[in-house]
Ligand binder design. Sequence first.
Ligand code: HEM
Ligand SMILES: [Ca+2]
Length: 214
Amino acid sequence: MAGKAADTTGSSKNNTAEPAAASMADVYNGELTPLQRHVAFFDRNKDGIIYPAETYQGFRAIGCGVALSAAAAVFVNGGLGPKTIPENEKTVAFKLPIYVKNIHKGKHGSDSGVYDSNGRFVPEKFEEIFKKHAHTRPDALTGKELQEMLQKNREPKDLKGWLGGFTEWKVLYSLCKDKDGFLHKDTVRAVYDGSLFERLEQERKSKKESSKKK
Ligand code: HEM
Ligand SMILES: [Ca+2]
């Protein structure tokens, strides 16, 4: 793995130059964990680092408004970014970078446990969400059932983690609930493997295209 910086930069600059961001982009050369895939969408230029402007662009791309996207850029990057900075990495912390490589370090408390501490997907925990909380129909959650889950997952004295989780689930619910207020199991599954964000962006693009044609 080491010593291959020249392959990944693809530039003609001399090889002794600091590989800087290029080495962070190496994360995309290997297999990503599901949590890394969840956030890779927001690394718009795929250099391995998510800056606030990219979080903003990613939120806008999936249909969030200006205010929510700007707040997300500040709070997600400000809250999570510092935990992900690799040791020995010289960085300008006030630029609020999030390092995709270390995203598992950004995990918070009061979560569902579907991502383990390394950012891998735990199928049993995923099934548990619906076994425990999907009372109305087995393959979806209502707003009330989601609320019940958030209360159950809440750990004592963990306001920050709880707020983080609360926001993730509420934003998901508001973006993806169907017309009857159900959040479907396959939608939640797609959050965990990261494919949901790509799909939402595509759907928005094609909606825009078809409204242009009219
Ligand atoms: C609209 C955008 C987003 C939505 C709807 C969303 C939603 C979610 C949901 C529902 C979870 C599962 C939480 C649980 O298992 O209890 C999650 C986990 C996570 N998300 Fe996001 N997310 C979004 C954007 C982001 C961004 C931009 C980042 C960082 C760059 C991020 C980082 C994380 C992390 C680190 C976790 C793991 C939390 C944990 O297990 O403790 N998410 N997200
Ligand atoms: Ca980037």
